[in-house]
Design a protein around this ligand. Structure first.
Ligand SMILES: Cc1ncc(C[n+]2csc(CCOP(=O)(O)OP(=O)(O)O)c2C)c(N)n1
Ligand SMILES: [Mg+2]
Length: 845
C-alpha cells in the first residue's frame, strides 16, 4: 500500500512537472507530494546500498556543496572588490555531476560559464584554479585555462605542451576553451564531434591514437535555455543530426536568459518540444531526446548513463533537456534577479534547489544520516575557504614583490632628485595600497621616471638608470602576460616557413588556374591523411570552380565532402576538427558570404591561441573566392571586414592560382589559421604549371614587385594586380614608369618593409584595391606611411584608389562604374605626376 502511494507520487512529480502547468500551482502540489513521499519513505525500511555506491553518491554530494560554496564565496569576492566580475554555476550542480560520470578521457566539452561543477567533478579544474581565474591570476600554473586573460568561468584544458606540441589527448579529459558570446560554443562542438566520425570511418587514421580511439569520443555541448534562441544553436543542431555525430547537447533550462523568460525565447516555451521533429525515426536517424529534472539526482544519473552509452556506440546525437534548474544568486554579479523574478518563482527556486533535493533524497534512501551530511557540508565550506585564501595569496604575492622591488629600486641616495617631495609622494601612495595591482606599480614607476634628474654620482646606478632597467624588465614580463600568443611563437610559425619557388620545366604547360589548384590539392591529400576539405558543392562536383574535380572519387567522402548551406558551422566544423588534430580546409563559396561565419572566425578561431596562452590551437584554413564576378553578392572585396576583426589569423590575397596553391602549401607546413581568398576571375586564366606541386611555398608577409618602375609605386593585391598592370601600360604611353607591388598577404603586411624601399626610389605612392573608401587601402597606408615611416620619403601626397562606397552594380557596365578600373589607375597616377611636375604632365581634365 505504501509502495503504491509512493509510486503514485513519483509518477505525479514526473508528469506534472513535465507538462506546462502554471508553475506556482505545480510547485505547491509538488512540494506537498515530495514531502509526503519522504514521510512515506521514512516509514519504509531504508534500502541497503553497496558501499561503492554510497561513497560515490557522497562524493558527488561533497562536490556539489563545494561548488555551491565556490559560487557563494566567489560572488562575495566581487562584491568586496577583490575580483572584477563574477558569473557562477550555482543551481546547475546536480545534472553536471551526472554528466561528469559518463565523461571519459579523450572526450570533449564545448560549453559555457555555468559548468564549474562539471569541471570540478571531472577533475578538469580545481577550486584553487576557479578562484585564481576569478582574480585574473596570470600565472599559467594557477590558471591553466587562460592565464588570467578571460573573465571567470571560461573553462579550458590544455592540448599543447609548453613547446606548442600536441599532448596525448586520449590520456586526458578535454574542454575546448569557452567564449562569452551565447551559443558561440555550438559551431565548435560540431567540428569536435565530426572529428570522432572521421576518425572512426577512416581506418588510415586509427594510428593517430593520441587523438582518438577509433572515434569513440563523445562531445558534450552545454548551453543555457535562452541561448538556444541563437541561429548557431539551430544550425549546429541540424548539422549534427544530418551527419549523425556523437554529440550530446545539454540544455540547462532555468527558464531565463538574464531577465527575459522563456516565454520570449522559445516556441511553446519548451526547447525539447520545439525540437521534436529531430527525434529519431524508425531508421534510428535523428536525435534521441531525453528529459530530466535538474534536481533529480538518481534520474539524471540513469538518464545520462543510458543516453551517452547510446550516443557513443551508435554515433547518434542526443539531447538532454534538463528542466527545473535554478539560479540561486541570479545571473551574475552585475545585478539581482529580484528585479525580474516574482516572489513565487524565487520561493520555488529555494524549494527546488538541487542540492537540497539531493540531500533529502540521500536521507530518504538511507545513504547517509543527517550528521554525516552536516559534516560534509561543513568540510565543503572549510575546503573552499582555504582554496580561496590560497588562491588569493598566490595571486597577490608576486605583485607585492614587484611593488617592493620598485620601492627599493627608487630608494637611491646617489641622486639628489630621488627624494623630491613629488617622488616621495608617489612612493608613499604606492606603499599605502593594501592590495596593489600591476597597474598601480607600473603607473607609479612611469610617473617617477618623468621626474628624475641626470645629476647623480654614479650614472650607471642613477635613479633614472635603475628605474628604466626595472621598467623594461617589467614591461617585457607584462607583454608576455597580456600580449603574447596572438600567433604561434614557435619555430613552425607560418611566418617562418621558408620560400620554395615553383620549379618550371623549360617549356611549361599552360593550364587553366583551377587545374593548378586541383593538382596541388591532389598532392596535399595524398601526403597528409589529416587534410580534409568540405563546403557547399565541394564534394560531388569538386567545387563550383572545379578546384577539387575528381578528388572525392579518389580520396573518399570522409576527406572531401559536401555540406549544407551553413557558413557559420562550416567554419565551426573546421575549427573543431583542427582542435582534434585535423588539417581542415573549410570552404566558403563566396567571400561575400563569409559574413555568416565571421563571428566564429573573429570570436573563436582568431582568439584561440591568445585566449588560452598557447594551450590550444586551431590551424583551420578558410578558403574562399572573391573580388570580381558579378553584382552585389558575387564580386565583393570587403577586406576591411576581415583585416580588423580576425587578428590572430592570416589573410592571403593571391593574384593567381599558383600563388594561392603556394599559400596552401605554406600554411599546411605550419599550424596557424588563415583565410585564403582566391581571385574569382582567375580560374580560367592559363598559368604555367609548376613541376613541384604541393612543395613550392609562398612566404607570408613578403610582397612581390610585379613591375619595376621609377616614377611612382602602386601598392595593391588580388585581382587588382592585373588592373594595375593595365593601368601601368597606359601610363607608359605617357612616359610614366609605374612600379607595381603585390602585397600578397594583408595579415601579416610587408614584414620586411619592401614597400618602403620602393618609396625611397619613386617618392610617390597609390594604395589601390576594390574595397570601400577608407577600407583596406587606409590600412595599407597606415602600415607604410606611419609604421614603415614612408612619410619621410614622399614628394607627393599619398593617395588611395578604391571602389565606390556602395556595393558593385550588376553587368559589365555596373562593374565599370562601381569598381576601379585601368582608366582610374591611369588618372590617379597621372594626377600625382601632374602635381609633381605640371609642366611635363599638363592637366588632362
Ligand atoms: C551574443 C550574445 N548576446 C548577448 C550576451 C549577453 N548575455 C550573456 S548571458 C545571457 C543570457 C543567457 O541565458 P541562458 O542561455 O539561458 O543561460 P543562463 O545564464 O540562464 O544559464 C546574455 C543575454 C552574450 N554574452 N552574447
Ligand atoms: Mg537560462
Amino acid at each position: 500500500m505504501k509502495i503504491e502511494a509512493k509510486a503514485f507520487f513519483d509518477k505525479y512529480l514526473f508528469t506534472l512537472s513535465a507538462t506546462n502547468l502554471n508553475f506556482v500551482s505545480m510547485h505547491l502540489f509538488c512540494t506537498f507530494a515530495f514531502q509526503f513521499r519522504i514521510i512515506l519513505n521514512y516509514s519504509m525500511k531504508a534500502k541497503t546500498h553497496p558501499k561503492h555506491y554510497i561513497s560515490e553518491v557522497l562524493k558527488d554530494y561533497k562536490i556539489a556543496n563545494e561548488s555551491r560554496q565556490a559560487s557563494l564565496l566567489g560572488r562575495r569576492e566581487v562584491l568586496t572588490g577583490k575580483a572584477k566580475f563574477g558569473i557562477f554555476g550555482d543551481g546547475k550542480e546536480i545534472p553536471q555531476l551526472a554528466m561528469a560520470k559518463v565523461f571519459r578521457e579523450g572526450d570533449w566539452r564545448s560549453g559555457y560559464y555555468r559548468d564549474q561543477t562539471f569541471m570540478f567533478a571531472t577533475g578538469m579544474m580545481t577550486i584553487e584554479e576557479f578562484f585564481a581565474q576569478l582574480y585574473g591570476d596570470t600565472n599559467i600554473n594557477h590558471t591553466p585555462a587562460n592565464a588570467g586573460r578571460l573573465m571567470n568561468n571560461h573553462f579550458a584544458t590544455r592540448s599543447l605542451n609548453e613547446k606548442g606540441k600536441w599532448k596525448n589527448l586520449m590520456k586526458q579529459k578535454n574542454s575546448s576553451p569557452d567564449i562569452s558570446p551565447t551559443a558561440g560554443q555550438m559551431p565548435r562542438a560540431l567540428g569536435l564531434a565530426l572529428a570522432s566520425k572521421l576518425y572512426k570511418n577512416n581506418a588510415q587514421l586509427h594510428g593517430f591514437d593520441h587523438f582518438t580511439n577509433k572515434g569513440q569520443e563523445v562531445v558534450f555541448a552545454t548551453i543555457g535555455d535562452a541561448s538556444t534562441s541563437e541561429g548557431h544553436f539551430w544550425e549546429t543542431f541540424n548539422a549534427a543530426g544530418v551527419q549523425q555525430l556523437p554529440l550530446a547537447v545539454n540544455v540547462w533550462d532555468d527558464g531565463w536568459g538574464i531577465s527575459v523568460s522563456n516565454k520570449y525565447q522559445t516556441t511553446k516555451q519548451n526547447i525539447s518540444e520545439a525540437l521534436k521533429g529531430f527525434a529519431n525515426n524508425e531508421h534510428g536517424k535523428g536525435y534521441k531526446i531525453y528529459h530530466s529534472k535538474g534536481w533529480d539526482y538518481a534520474h539524471l544519473c540513469n538518464t545520462y548513463q543510458e543516453g551517452v552509452a547510446h550516443c557513443r556506440k551508435e554515433h547518434n546525437p542526443v539531447l538532454f533537456h534538463i528542466t527545473e534548474v535554478t539560479q540561486p544568486q541570479g545571473h551574475s554579479t552585475s545585478g539581482s534577479h529580484e528585479r525580474y523574478k516574482s516572489k513565487e518563482r524565487l520561493q520555488w527556486e529555494v524549494d527546488f534547489d538541487g542540492i537540497a533535493r539531493m540531500r533529502a533524497w540521500i536521507i530518504e534512501e538511507g545513504i547517509a544520516d543527517e550528521d554525516l551530511l552536516v559534516e560534509i557540508e561543513r568540510d565543503a565550506v572549510k575546503r573552499v575557504k582555504e582554496a580561496k585564501k590560497a588562491a588569493w595569496k598566490s595571486f597577490l604575492a608576486p605583485i607585492k614583490k614587484e611593488r617592493d622591488e620598485l620601492l627599493e629600486t627608487a630608494n637611491i641616495s646617489t641622486c639628489f632628485c630621488s627624494n623630491t617631495p613629488q617622488i616621495e609622494q608617489i612612493k608613499k601612495d604606492l606603499k599605502n595600497i593594501g592590495e596593489p595591482i600591476r597597474k598601480d606599480i607600473i603607473s607609479a614607476a612611469r610617473k617617477i621616471l618623468r621626474l628624475v634628474c641626470d645629476k647623480c654620482s654614479d650614472p650607471n646606478h642613477s635613479l633614472k638608470a635603475n628605474i628604466t632597467r626595472w621598467l623594461e624588465k617589467q614591461m617585457a614580463e607584462n607583454a608576455d602576460r597580456y600580449n603574447s600568443f596572438l600567433h604561434n611563437p614557435f619555430e613552425n610559425a607560418a611566418t617562418n616557413i621558408t620560400e620554395i619557388a615553383p620549379i618550371y620545366s623549360e617549356k611549361p604547360t599552360m593550364v587553366p588556374g583551377r587545374e593548378i589548384l586541383r593538382d596541388n590539392w591532389d598532392v596535399l591529400f595524398s601526403t597528409n591523411p589529416l587534410v580534409v576539405t568540405f563546403g557547399e558543392d565541394v564534394g560531388k562536383i569538386g567545387g563550383v570552380n572545379q578546384t577539387y574535380e575528381g578528388l572525392q572519387a579518389k580520396y573518399g567522402e570522409d576527406r572531401i565532402f559536401d555540406t549544407g548551406i551553413r557558413e557559420a558551422t562550416i567554419i565551426g566544423q573546421g575549427l573543431g576538427l583542427a582542435l582534434r588534430g585535423f588539417r581542415p580546409i573549410a570552404e566558403i563559396q563566396y567571400f561575400d558570404y563569409l559574413l555568416y561565419g565571421l563571428q566564429v572566425m573573429s570570436d573563436d578561431i582568431s582568439t584561440m591561441l591568445y585566449r588560452t596562452k598557447g594551450g590550444q590551437k586551431a590551424p583551420v584554413i578558410i578558403s574562399t573566392r572573391g573580388h570580381r564576378l558579378e553584382g552585389i553578392w558575387h564580386s565583393g572585396s570587403p577586406l576591411s571586414m576581415v583585416i580588423n576583426s580576425i587578428r590572430g589569423m592570416y589573410i592571403c590575397v593571391p593574384r593567381d592560382m599558383t600563388q594561392a596553391a603556394g599559400f596552401y602549401n605554406t600554411l599546411l607546413k605550419s599550424d596557424e589559421p588563415a583565410l585564403v581568398i582566391e581571385p574569382l576571375n582567375g580560374y580560367r586564366f592559363r598559368e604555367p604549371k609548376p613541376d613541384n606541386l604541393g612543395e613550392f611555398t609562398v612566404p607570408l608577409g613578403k610582397p612581390e614587385v610585379i613591375r619595376e618602375g621609377k616614377d611612382l609605386t602602386i601598392v595593391t593585391y588580388g585581382s587588382c594586380v592585373r588592373i594595375a598592370h593595365d593601368g601601368a601600360e597606359q601610363l607608359a604611353e605617357f612616359g610614366i614608369d609605374a612600379e607595381i607591388i603585390d602585397v600578397q598577404t594583408l595579415l601579416p603586411f610587408d614584414s620586411n618593409h619592401r614597400i618602403l624601399e620602393s618609396l625611397k626610389k619613386t617618392n610617390k605612392v597609390i594604395f589601390f584595391d576594390e574595397d570601400v573608401p577608407g577600407g583596406a587601402t587606409a590600412y595599407m597606408m597606415q602600415k607604410v606611411i606611419e609604421e614603415q615611416k614612408g612619410f619621410y620619403y614622399l614628394d607627393a601626397e599619398p593617395t588611395t584608389l578604391t571602389a565606390k562606397a556602395h556595393r558593385a552594380a550588376y553587368s559589365t557596365d555596373g562593374d565599370y562604374f562601381s569598381n576601379p578600373n585601368a582608366e582610374d589607375v591611369f588618372e590617379k597616377a597621372y594626377h600625382i605626376m601632374h602635381e609633381y611636375n605640371p609642366k611635363r604632365f599638363p592637366k588632362i581634365f
